[in-house]
Design a protein around this ligand. Structure first.
Ligand code: FAD
Length: 414
C-alpha cells in the first residue's frame, strides 16, 4: 500500500496523478480461509482489520453481496457519542469513540472525524432527571459528559428556540468530544488497510448458505461458489435474522427501516450535533452545508431500504418547533436503511449455537459510532473465544433476562 501523505500528493501532482494505485485489490475468492466475515459494512471490515492488527490473523475474506459500505454504514447520519447509561454500553462505545480520535492516523486515511460536540436536549422534567442520571453514571464510567442549562444550550446552538411551544428546552446532556465522521471513508479506510494486510475484500459475493458438519461450521455457499473456513463472523445488520436462519438458529432481532434526509446546502449555522429525543428528530450540518436530519424507525418490519413518507413529515414537523429556520429549507434527498433492533436496544456480540460461528448485530439505529470498538471486541471474541467488552452482550442474556436496557431506561434509541 502506498502511504498517503503530503509528499505523495506532491509527487503525484508532478506526474499528473498517473501513479495512484487502487485503494484495495479486486480480490477473487480462494478455496479456504481461516476466518470469513459476512458483510463489508463498517462492523465487518473493522472486525477483519483488528483480527489482523491485534492477532496477526490475516488469512481472512470479507464477503459482501453488494458494494462495501452500501448497507447502513453508507446511509447513516454519522453521530458519534458514548454517553450511554449502562456500564457495558459505556465501555464499548467509549472504546469506540476513543479509537475514532486516532482512526485517520491509524488507517492512513482521512475519515474526517469531527469532535464538534453532541447535545441531547432535555425537553421534559423526566428527561432532565434522566440525563442528570446519565451524567452521573458517565462520571463513574470515566466518560466525560455534563448536564448543561438552557442558556449554555443557546450559546452552543444560537439557531435553537429554547421557548418552544410544546416542549421548551430545559437543558441538555453535553458530550464535548462526541461528533461526526465521514461514513464512506470509515468503510474505505478499513477496506484499504485490510487489503494491505493480504485479506480479500470480495464484493458482489452473496452468501446463500452456511455449511456445517457435526454442529461445527465448515464454510459458506455463495453465488461465486463454496468457500471453506474455520471460523465465520456474521456481521450483516438488518439481514442477521436471514443469515441466522441459514445457519439453523433464531435471533431476537427485528429488521425495520430507518430513514434520513438532507436539506439544500446553506451557510454554516450550527457547529454541534443536536438530538431532540422527546419530539424525535436530530440534526447536524455537513461540511457541504446541508442540514443532515434523522428521525425514528418505521413501525413495521421490512427489508426495502427506504422509509415511509409520514416519518419524514413527522421528523421535520418535530424539528420545526425547536429550529424554526427548518421551515424555510428545501429538502434535497431522502434515503433509508434496514436496521437490526433488539428488545433491549443493545447489540449482540456472541458465540452462537453453531460452533465456530460468531454473530455481531443488533446495533439498530446507533451502530455507526460503535464501528471501531465493535470491531476491536469482535476480533478478540473470534480470536480468543472471549472478550471483556463483549461478555455482557452474549445471546444468553435474552434467555437469562439480563437485558442491557438502553431504550426505556436511557430514553434514547440512537
Ligand atoms: C438512516 C440511518 C441513520 C443512522 N444514523 C446513525 C447515527 O447517526 N449514528 C450511529 O451511530 N448509527 C446510525 N445508524 C446506524 C448505523 O448505520 C448502523 O448501526 C451501522 O452502520 C451498522 O453497520 P454494519 O456494518 O453492522 O451493517 P451494514 O453497514 O448494513 O453492513 C452489512 C452488510 O452486510 C451485507 N450483507 C447482507 N446479507 C449478506 C449476504 N447474504 N451475503 C453477503 N453480504 C451480505 C449487506 O449488503 C451490507 O453491506 C443509522 C442508520 C440508518 C439507516
Amino acid at each position: 500500500m502506498k502511504k498517503y501523505s503530503v509528499f505523495a500528493v506532491a509527487r503525484e501532482a508532478m506526474r499528473h496523478h498517473t501513479g495512484w494505485t487502487r485503494a484495495w485489490r479486486d480480490a477473487q475468492p480462494k478455496k479456504r480461509y481461516d476466518v470469513i466475515i459476512i458483510g463489508a459494512g463498517g462492523h465487518g471490515l473493522a472486525t477483519a482489520y483488528y483480527l489482523g492488527k491485534n492477532f496477526g490473523i490475516t488469512n481472512v475474506a470479507i464477503l459482501e453481496k453488494g458494494w462495501l459500505g452500501g448497507g447502513n454504514t453508507g446511509r447513516n447520519t454519522t453521530i458519534i457519542r458514548s454517553n450511554y447509561l449502562q456500564d457495558p454500553s459505556a465501555a464499548i462505545y467509549e472504546k469506540s469513540r476513543s479509537l475514532y480520535e486516532t482512526m485517520s492516523q491509524d488507517l492512513n486515511y482521512n475519515v474526517m472525524f469531527s469532535p464538534r460536540g453532541v447535545i441531547m436536549l432535555a425537553q421534559t422534567e423526566h428527561e432532565v432527571r434522566g440525563y442528570k442520571r446519565t451524567a452521573h453514571a458517565n462520571a463513574l464510567q470515566g466518560v466525560t459528559t455534563e448536564f448543561i442549562g438552557p442558556e449554555k444550550v443557546k450559546s452552543l446552538v444560537p439557531i435553537i428556540n429554547i421557548d418552544g411551544p410544546r416542549y421548551p428546552v430545559l437543558g441538555g446532556l453535553w458530550q464535548a468530544r462526541g461528533g461526526t465522521a465521514r461514513h464512506d471513508a470509515v468503510a474505505w479506510g478499513y477496506a484499504r488497510a485490510c487489503s494491505d494486510m493480504g485479506m480479500d475484500v470480495i464484493q458482489r459475493c452473496e452468501v446463500t448458505g452456511i455449511r456445517q458438519m457435526g454442529g461445527r461450521v465448515t464454510g459458506v455457499s455463495t453465488n461465486r461458489g463454496d468457500i471453506d473456513c474455520d471460523k465465520l463472523g456474521m456481521v450483516v445488520a438488518g439481514h442477521s435474522g436471514h443469515l441466522a436462519d441459514m445457519a439453523g438458529f433464531r435471533l431476537p432481532i427485528e429488521s425495520v427501516a430507518l430513514q434520513a434526509l438532507v436539506s439544500e446546502p446553506i451557510k454554516p449555522c450550527m457547529d454541534v450535533v443536536v438530538m431532540a429525543n422527546t419530539v424525535h428528530g436530530y440534526m447536524s450540518q455537513s461540511d457541504k452545508g446541508e442540514m443532515v436530519i434523522g428521525g425514528g424507525t418505521d413501525g413495521y418490519n421490512n427489508y426495502t431500504q427506504r422509509g415511509s413518507f409520514h416519518h419524514i413529515e413527522e421528523t421535520v414537523r418535530a424539528l420545526i418547533e425547536t429550529f424554526p429556520m427548518v421551515s424555510r429549507l428545501k429538502m434535497l434527498r431522502q434515503w433509508g436503511g434496514i436496521v437490526d433492533v433488539t428488545g433491549d436496544r443493545s447489540p449482540i456480540l456472541s458465540k452462537t449455537p453453531v460452533d465456530g460461528i460468531f454473530v455481531n448485530c443488533g446495533w439498530g439505529t446507533g451502530g455507526f459510532k460503535a464501528i471501531p470498538g465493535s470491531g476491536w471486541a469482535m476480533a478478540e471474541l473470534i480470536a480468543k473465544g472471549q472478550s471483556p467488552l463483549t461478555d455482557a452482550f452474549g445471546l444468553n442474556r435474552f434467555a437469562e433476562g439480563r437485558f442491557i436496557d438502553e431504550s426505556v431506561a436511557a430514553g434514547v434509541a440512537h
